[in-house]
Design a protein around this ligand. Structure first.
Ligand code: ATP
Ligand code: MG
Length: 232
C-alpha cells in the first residue's frame, strides 16, 4: 500500500523578536510526513523542537515558507477552519499532562467530545475505548491525583486519541517519568502506531526512546541536520 503524505513543509522559518535582534527558532526546514510514520524529533535545548511541533500542530504560525496538512495550505485556511481542523484532526500530549484535577480520568478524556456537541453517551463510549487502548480501562473513575505519573500521561494520550486524530503530537511525553514508566507510555504509542497506524510526531531528549520510532529527525539551531528511517 502506498502511504499518503499527510504533511509537507518547505523552507519553514519561525522568527522571534528578542531584544534588538531576531532569533531564528526555525531556519529553513523542509520535510514530508507520511501516514503511519512514528517520528522522533531530537536536538539540544533551544534547537527549535517545540517551535516546530507547535507550528505543525497549528498552534502557531510560520514566519516564512510553506506548510500543508492533508493537502490544505495552512496559510490560506480561514481562522475558524484552522481551529476546527486543529480540534478535530490533531491530538496533543504535553510533558505536564495538562489534566484537570477535579475531574475523573474518564471525564478528562470525554470533556472535549462533549464540547464538540456529541452526546454524553457517545462521548463516554469513545473515552472508555481510548482508556482501554492505553491500558487504563479499569481506572476511569480515578482523579489524576490518584494516578501515577505514567498513568496520568496515558490518560493524556487517551484524551488525545479519543477523537481519532489524523496526527498525534507529543512534546517530551516522558519528561517527568522514570525509565520503567517511560517504557509503558512509549509502548502505548508504539501500539497505537503499529496496530492502528496512528501517525505520531514525538519530541524527546532520550536517545533510547528512538527505538520505538520509525524515523528520527535531528534539529540543530533551527535546521535539520539529519533525517533518517529507523526501521521498516
Ligand atoms: N515566545 C518566544 N519568544 C522568543 N523566543 C522564543 C520563544 N519561544 C522560543 N524561543 C526561542 O526559540 C528557540 C527555539 O525554542 P524551542 O522552544 O523551540 O526549543 P526546544 O528545542 O523545544 O528546546 P527544549 O529542549 O529546551 O524544550 C530558542 O532559542 C528559544 O529561546
Ligand atoms: Mg521544547
Amino acid at each position: 500500500m502506498k502511504e499518503k503524505t499527510l504533511i509537507k513543509v518547505k523552507n519553514m522559518e519561525r522568527h522571534y523578536k528578542s531584544g534588538e535582534g531576531i532569533v531564528r527558532a526555525l531556519d529553513g526546514v523542509s520535510f514530508e510526513i507520511k501516514e503511519g510514520e512514528f517520528i522522533a524529533v531530537m536536538g539540544a535545548s533551544g534547537s527549535g523542537k517545540t517551535t516546530m511541533l507547535r507550528i505543525l500542530g497549528l498552534m502557531d504560525d510560520l514566519t516564512k515558507g510553506e506548510y500543508s496538512v492533508q493537502g490544505l495550505n495552512v496559510e490560506e485556511l480561514p481562522e475558524e477552519e484552522r481551529t476546527y481542523y486543529r480540534l478535530t484532526q490533531l491530538g496533543y500530549v504535553f510533558q505536564d499532562y495538562a489534566l484537570m484535577n477535579e475531574m475523573s480520568a474518564l471525564e478528562n478524556v470525554y470533556v472535549l467530545s462533549l464540547m464538540e456537541g456529541n452526546t454524553k453517551k457517545e462521548s463516554i463510549a469513545t473515552a472508555q475505548e481510548a482508556l482501554e487502548k492505553v491500558g487504563l480501562g479499569n481506572k476511569g473513575d480515578r482523579i489524576p491525583d490518584q494516578l501515577s505519573g505514567g498513568e496520568k500521561q496515558r490518560v493524556a494520550v487517551a484524551r488525545a486519541i479519543a477523537k481519532k486524530p489524523k496526527i498525534l503530537f507529543a512534546d517530551e511525553p516522558c519528561a517527568n517519568l522514570d525509565t520503567h514508566t517511560s517504557e509503558q507510555v512509549l509502548e502505548v504509542l508504539r501500539n497505537l502506531n503499529k496496530n492502528f497506524r496512528q501517525t505520531i510526531v514525538m519530541v524527546t531528549h532520550e536517545q533510547w526512546h528512538t527505538k520505538y520510532a520509525s524515523r528520527l529527525i535531528k534539529l540543530k539551531d533551527g535546521k535539520i541536520i539529519s533525517d533518517k528511517k529507523l526501521r521498516k
